[in-house]
Design a protein around this ligand. Structure first.
Ligand code: ATP
Ligand code: MG
Ligand code: MG
Ligand code: MG
Length: 582
């Protein structure tokens, strides 16, 4: 195939789009691969679509290789199945809901467990029909709170979702293992530097759910790993547990009052006066605010205990002052709730926030449950200390001793496989042992060997196909532009004809045809009246892995071949160039 730049539906941009923050977003838009249509919604232009199709091809080949069968459901779905599983409500504002002309509720599918379950129920009835894995590559819809970074987090995006159906747990494990292997092949072929991390807490069993994260500074997920092979999303790390706290054994809150408008200094003063540390040292601002659980007292007298944090954190500002609230990071609980469930505290606050909040008249009180001088995190590396997901009973014992807080760099991995190191990643794939949740809700049963009805056991497995394009771009670019890995590049060779001479264009056209006949896709820059400088800039930006320049050298019988990634250039004899390029 030959794509001629003179007629290709493509316009490259010199400037970064104003809304773009990460390199992949900037470059994919500038290079004319994608174009924003509305927030979180993108049009795939011809070159971008070729990359997307190449990613799909790899995913499809590897799914087919494990015997999964492709089908496709509508994206527009009726409410009832999602009502039956509770997801019509549970999905919250992320679900796109709409009505048809008769007023019936509909949705745009965010993921299709319900529909697959019903399809299998419709067609299958016996254990002999199983195991079964079916999949689709389809547009999904999620009204994400923060669509981000171009197609990295879209509101419409392409996902490969597959589902496995088995009669029992052993079958599910086998289907899961097959998918896991397929995913390893997919992400290897896509050229990712990735890690497979535990994605669920221990309650569901260690391998019930795993994520494939592409290692990337701009990733939204944080994971930890140890030299001994432990790897988990921080959300899923199981920190060593102290015995569960008996809520009735938690000492009654002995409230330590601070002055009406506390500052960090007055808080520290109060601490030293009324809650001396047991190790004899004095509290300092940094100590207290790192390690003390405080209770917010609102002007109306209601008390709101909060977990603790690093100096400089923004949680209180965000929560109180409304800017950039990260709801997952601050969850307040009151005393009654605490008594019912000690595992509630989650969040962090800091001194900057204290200052601001004191302006609004909110007072801070120390909560003596953890305010004893022993409220230190044992074994944690204090520098860079960051407390999230604090859990009473796990992180504190009833007498207020902190056992373990969240994960920190340098902490020992839960399986003893060495010190943990954290890094950021992009969730590219997620494999999940669903068990019988959906089959139960939608009554998917088959007859087993003894003629007894058994509920089917399911797995669900997703790959972010459009996200993969962005993530690959994120990991494969330099300051000049994109650099596609060969398996997914939109063309094999970017052939540039420079100058004005007809012989140059004739030779380049001949070369393009020859390369095409040898099975290559050629992006041929046949534009007349476009300067070599502009053509070279475009070639760097577009990122085709090999650039061949037919120009000045032709007089000496050579064509310049450049490797986009290494920048290496070689003059190759015209007679040898086709063999060199295929
Ligand atoms: P995230 O944590 O990034 O929101 P998720 O856990 O909600 O993703 P899953 O429900 O596990 O996503 O969906 C399977 C895959 O679909 C994800 O691993 C990811 O690669 C992709 N994906 C999910 N949401 C989006 C999105 N908004 N835009 C692009 N790809 C997405
Ligand atoms: Mg999500
Ligand atoms: Mg996720
Ligand atoms: Mg997920």
């Amino acid at each position: 195939m030959i794509l001629r730049m003179s007629s290709l539906f493509l316009r490259t941009l010199r400037e970064d789009p104003a809304d773009a923050e990460v390199p992949s977003h900037k470059l994919l838009v500038r290079a004319g691969y994608i174009r924003r249509t509305a927030p979180g919604m993108y049009t795939w232009l011809p070159l971008g679509l070729r990359v997307l199709r190449n990613v799909e091809k790899i995913v499809r080949e590897e799914m087919d290789a494990i015997g999964a069968q492709e089908l496709v459901f509508p994206a527009l779905l009726p409410r009832e199945p999602y009502e039956a599983t509770g997801r019509w409500t549970e999905y919250g504002p992320n679900l796109f809901r709409l009505k048809d002309r008769k007023g019936a509720d509909m949705l745009l599918g965010p993921t299709h467990e319900e529909m697959f379950t019903l399809a299998v129920k419709d067609l299958y009835s016996s254990y002999k029909d199983l195991p079964l894995s079916i999949y689709q590559i389809q547009n999904k819809y999620r009204d994400e709170a923060r669509p981000r970074a171009g197609v990295l987090r879209g509101r419409e995006f392409v996902m490969k979702d597959s589902y496995s159906f088995d009669v029992d747990q052993a079958g599910l494990q086998a289907s899961y293992d097959l998918h896991r292997k397929a995913y390893i092949r997919i992400f290897d072929r896509l050229g990712f530097d990735y890690v497979i991390v535990q994605a669920m807490s221990g309650a569901m069993g260690g391998s019930a759910s795993e994520e494939f994260l592409a290692v990337a500074e701009n990733g939204e997920d944080t994971f930890v790993r140890s030299p001994g092979g432990y790897a988990a999303n921080v959300e899923a790390v199981v920190v060593p547990q102290s015995p569960p706290v008996d809520a009735s054994a938690v000492p009654a809150a002995e409230v330590v009052d601070t002055p009406d408008t506390p500052t960090i200094d007055t808080l520290v003063e109060t601490l030293n006066a009324k809650h001396p540390r047991t190790d004899g040292r004095q509290w300092t601002a940094a100590d207290t605010l790192k390690n003390v659980l405080v209770t917010l007292v609102h002007p109306d007298g209601t008390r709101e205990p909060l977990a603790i944090g690093v100096p400089g954190d923004r949680a209180i500002d965000e929560k109180r002052l409304g800017a950039q609230v990260e709801p997952a990071e601050v969850v307040a609980f009151d005393d009654a709730e605490f008594a019912k469930n000690p595992a509630l505290a989650r969040g962090y606050i800091g001194p900057g926030a204290l200052g601001k909040d004191s302006e609004s008249g909110i007072r801070y009180l120390l909560d003596p449950r953890v305010a004893e001088g022993s409220a230190w995190v044992t074994g944690a590396n204090k520098t860079g200390f960051h407390v999230i997901n604090l859990v009473h009973g796990r992180d504190f014992t009833a007498d207020g001793t902190i056992q373990a807080a969240e994960v920190h760099d340098g902490d020992e991995a839960p399986d003893g496989s060495g010190p943990l190191q954290s890094a950021r990643g992009i969730e590219m794939g997620h494999i999940f042992q669903l068990g019988q949740k959906y089959a139960e809700a939608l009554d998917l049963k088959v007859l087993d060997q003894n003629g007894k009805l058994v509920t089917v056991t399911m797995g669900s497995y997703g790959v972010g196909v459009t996200r993969a394009v962005a993530a690959i771009a994120e990991g494969n670019h330099d300051e000049l532009g994109l650099i596609w890995p060969r398996e997914i590049t939109p063309a094999d060779v970017h052939l540039v004809a420079t100058g004005k001479e007809t012989e140059v264009f004739a030779k380049a056209a001949e070369l393009a045809t020859e390369l095409e006949s040898r099975g290559l896709t050629v992006l041929y820059d046949d534009r007349e009246k476009v300067s070599p400088g502009v053509k070279f800039k475009d070639a760097e930006l577009l990122g085709i892995p090999t650039i061949a320049v037919v120009g000045k050298g032709l007089a000496d019988g050579t064509i310049e071949v450049k490797d986009r990634r290494s920048g290496d250039r070689t003059d190759v004899a015209v007679t040898e160039v086709v063999d060199k390029l295929v």
